[in-house]
Structure formats: structure tokens, C-alpha cells
Design a protein around this ligand. Structure first.
Ligand SMILES: *Cc1c(COP(=O)(O)O)cnc(C)c1O
Length: 395
């Protein structure tokens, strides 16, 4: 997955353009920038690649989620449905705007289970936020129907699945809003960065203003711009955008490398007894950043993960025990441990996690091992790895 593995001359050239002008900011200073607008160019490139009308770059994937929620008018006490298996950024962004995270089970797609989502919808629900974890997507048609039926917003977190598709459309472009991360370990990187994409002109305008202190971006004098509503600073710098501009041009090359290596590993593991694969919803194509397998039960998955480690197969994750990706280790969330007082809506409306039954998630995530697909491997290394994995998991 990590685009940093193939960092090179193209990235250096784009960054140099910015260094030579010295204009490190994405807005203004028109006369000094030698015609370089890296953030704007990267936004245009994302709009073209993702087939959407609007892309807004921001400072991180977490910022993208926060800006997306704020742009859709989500605020205090609104409930956002999110999966038990994700990254902490999901609830961080929800809490940042005073909204309430509602955790819901995942199924054998390792993303939101539509049946569990429907059961969690209540009068305060405003958003369904599927997270396309480890390269593959939620059942988006089912979630879309729920959104239409209950008048909700669909916000796709595609941070780990950029370049994947569903019914022929890029992931992120299917919901009302979609988010990407370009942090250092994502498929394409800016160092730090993120983006919101949408076809909704109102949300796009909100994202543009909100991510820059509410600036309306009219005219040539920043100081004279007006502020139609409250905002914040989630801007990306021109230096970061320059790195991303080089990387986005290589996205399809990166995806084809991932697909090839994923195919080799998957074919090798298909013959191993007790190993099955994560379900990809009909009409979906993964971005192949991870190969996700199920073993027969939690015990065999733990043993399998250890056997892989002992065989020297790196970059395989047993998420069930992970501090950052699974609800079981999110004591800071479940016990509401914040530096200051949290908003009353969050304190009053959050689920009581002592009484919550996530056994369905436990069952799937407990059986899962995810193996990262690296861009820097050679084909020989992948074949060697496949053989080691088969041997380790056959034991
Ligand atoms: C990386 C990631 C984010 C957050 O992105 P940052 O750029 O690191 O803030 C959000 N959601 C998911 C699923 C991620 O993997």
C-alpha cells in the first residue's frame, strides 16, 4: 500500500517547483508563484480520476472526515453510524464537531453490516459512515437504499481503499461525500494530507470555506474576504500538495502492482485448508492494498498470525488485538476520557458499551488476518513470501 515506497524524481520535481518560488501556501501570492498552484492541480486531478465535480484538499484524512461532516451541516447531537472495525479517526472526527458516534457491527465484508445499520437508525441519526477497510468496500447499494429510505447522508471513508470501485464507480464517489487520506502510509501520500470529494455543490462550497476559517475566497485580497459562517484551519500546504500531485499520477501504476502481487498471494493461499477470503460485495473491485483472510476461528487466527511472524512474513496484522483499529481497545472512547469536558449530547447519547453486543464483529474480526501488499517487492519476493505463508498456515 504505501506510496512512499516509490517516492522519486517526479515527487522531487513537483516539490522543487514550490521551493523555487517560495510560496508554500495554497492561496494567494499570485504574482510570486511562477504559475504553480499544486493544491488546485491536485484537486483537478482527483476530480478527473474520481469522476466527481468537486475535490477539496485538506491537511489529513481525519480533517477530511471532519470537514465532510461539517459541510453537510452535521452538528451537536446528530448521530453518525460508524463501524466497530475502523481507525480511531472515525469517532475523532464525529466528536470534533459535537456529533455522536454510534458503533455498529461489521460482517464478512469487514465493513458495516446493513442489517445492523438499519437496527441502529433512530430519530437523531443523520449520517451513515461506512469505512472501506483494508482495500475493500461496504455493501454500498444496501446502505444507499437505507439512506434514501430514512433521509440520511452517506459518507464514505475511502482512506484505505483509494482506486477501488463499486458498480464501475470509484470508491468515495458513490456516497453524498467521500474522504481520502494521503498520510505517509497510504496508497498515495502527501506526507500528510487528505481530500473530500462530492458532487453536491453546496457541500463543496462549505468544504472550501470551512477548511480555511470560513474564507469566502472571493477576490484577490484575503484580508478583505468575508466569512459567511464559522470555520477552522484544515488547509493543506503547497509543499504537501506537490508531493501528492506526483503521486496521484502514479495511482493506477500502484494499483496494478498491488493487483498483481495480491493475485499471486491469493492464488497460493486458495489451496490452504481452513483459509477463506473476505467477501467483496457484488459489483465491487478492491484496490488490492491488503489481502484479507479468515481462519476457522479466533484461536486458529491467533496461531496463524504467530506462525506467519515466526516464519519471517512481516506486515501481517491481527486487528482483533490492535489498539487503534478495533473497538475492544478504545477505552478512551468507551470510558469517555477526554482532556476537557465533552459536550452534553455526547455524554448523554453515547452507547453504553458495557451493555453493547458486538459479538458478530468479534466473530469476523477475531478470525481475520490482513496482509499488506507492498509496492517495493519484486515478483520473486512475492512468490517466496507466498510459499512461506502457505507453509506457515498449513501447520
Ligand atoms: C488513515 C485513515 C484515516 C485518517 O487519515 P489521516 O490522514 O492519518 O488523518 C481515516 N480513516 C481510515 C480508515 C484511515 O485508514
Amino acid at each position: 500500500m504505501p506510496g512512499f515506497e516509490l517516492f522519486g524524481d517526479m515527487e522531487r520535481k513537483e516539490v522543487n517547483d514550490v521551493l523555487e518560488s517560495g510560496v508554500l501556501m495554497r492561496y494567494g501570492f499570485d504574482g510570486n508563484r511562477n504559475g504553480h498552484w499544486k493544491a488546485k492541480e491536485l484537486e483537478a486531478a482527483l476530480e478527473a480520476r474520481m469522476q466527481v465535480n468537486h475535490a477539496q484538499l485538506v491537511s489529513s484524512g481525519t480533517a477530511a472526515l471532519t470537514v465532510a461532516l461539517a459541510s453537510a451541516g452535521v452538528g451537536a447531537g446528530d448521530e453518525v453510524i460508524m463501524p466497530t472495525f475502523t481507525f480511531v479517526a472515525s469517532f475523532e472526527s464525529i466528536i470534533a464537531i459535537g456529533a455522536v458516534p454510534i458503533l455498529v457491527d461489521v460482517d464478512d465484508t469487514l465493513t458495516l453490516d446493513p442489517v445492523a445499520v438499519e437496527a441502529a437508525i433512530g430519530p437523531k441519526t443523520k449520517v451513515i459512515m461506512p469505512v472501506h477497510m483494508c482495500g475493500s468496500m461496504a455493501d454500498l447499494n444496501a446502505l444507499k437504499s437505507l439512506c434514501e429510505k430514512h433521509d440520511l447522508i452517506l459518507l464514505e471513508d475511502a482512506c484505505q481503499a483509494i482506486g477501488g470501485s463499486y458498480d464501475g464507480k470509484p470508491l468515495g464517489a458513490i456516497g453524498d461525500l467521500g474522504c481520502f487520506s494521503f498520510d505517509y502510509v497510504k496508497t498515495i501520500t502527501c506526507g500528510e494530507g487528505g481530500a473530500v470529494i462530492t458532487n453536491n455543490a453546496k457541500y463543496a462550497k462549505h468544504a472550501d470555506h470551512f477548511s480555511d476559517h470560513g474564507h469566502d475566497h472571493h477576490g484577490k485580497d484575503r484580508g478583505a474576504e468575508t466569512h459567511p459562517f464559522l470555520g477552522y484551519n484544515y488547509r493543506i500546504s503547497e509543499l504537501h500538495a506537490a508531493v501528492g500531485l506526483a503521486q496521484v499520477k502514479r495511482l493506477d501504476e500502484f494499483l496494478s502492482i498491488q493487483k498483481k502481487y495480491y493475485g499471486i498471494l491469493r492464488e497460493a493461499l486458495s489451496g490452504v485448508e481452513g483459509v477463506s477470503f473476505r467477501r467483496v460485495p457484488a459489483g465491487g473491485e478492491e484496490n488490492y492494498s491488503f489481502l484479507n483472510i479468515f481462519l476457522q476461528d479466533e484461536n486458529s487466527a491467533r496461531k496463524g498470525a504467530n506462525a506467519l511472524k515466526e516464519a519471517g512474513v512481516d506486515a501481517c496484522f491481527y486487528w482483533y488485538d490492535n489498539n487503534w483499529h478495533y473497538y475492544k481497545k478504545w477505552e478512551h472512547l468507551t470510558q469517555k476520557i477526554a482532556l476537557g469536558k465533552l459536550p452534553n449530547e455526547i455524554l448523554n447519547q453515547m452507547q453504553n458499551f458495557d451493555q453493547q453486543d458486538f459479538s458478530k464483529s468479534d466473530q469476523w474480526v477475531g478470525r481475520t488476518i490482513s496482509c499488506l501488499v507492498k509496492l517495493s517487492w519484486t515478483e520473486e519476493e512475492v512468490r517466496d513470501r507466498a510459499a512461506k505463508m502457505v507453509a506457515a498456515l498449513t501447520k
